[in-house]
Design a protein around this ligand. Sequence first.
Ligand code: SF4
Length: 86
Amino acid sequence: MKVIEPVRELVHGEEHKTSRKVVFMAYCKECRFFFPIPQDADDYEPGKGDCVREEQDDKGKYWLAKPVMGEQDAGKCGFFIKRIGG
Ligand code: SF4
């Protein structure tokens, strides 16, 4: 989804709308770590998925998984990486 926000700048001490900035909103369903839950699964809900990320500590690699909704705002998530190819 694309949101267009006005950009405000100070000109001679006064605030003016001078241009527009295009801000792209991201959703969990666009993230490479989002995996939709299959329709035949017990916890299936439309739009629901699992966020599955690989982590590593001194003992080795492991996976973190948590349920997320595809329409969840990913803008505040520091792990978001855009999925390549849709
Ligand atoms: S919670 Fe973060 S890492 Fe997980 S699917 Fe959403 S944006 Fe991606």
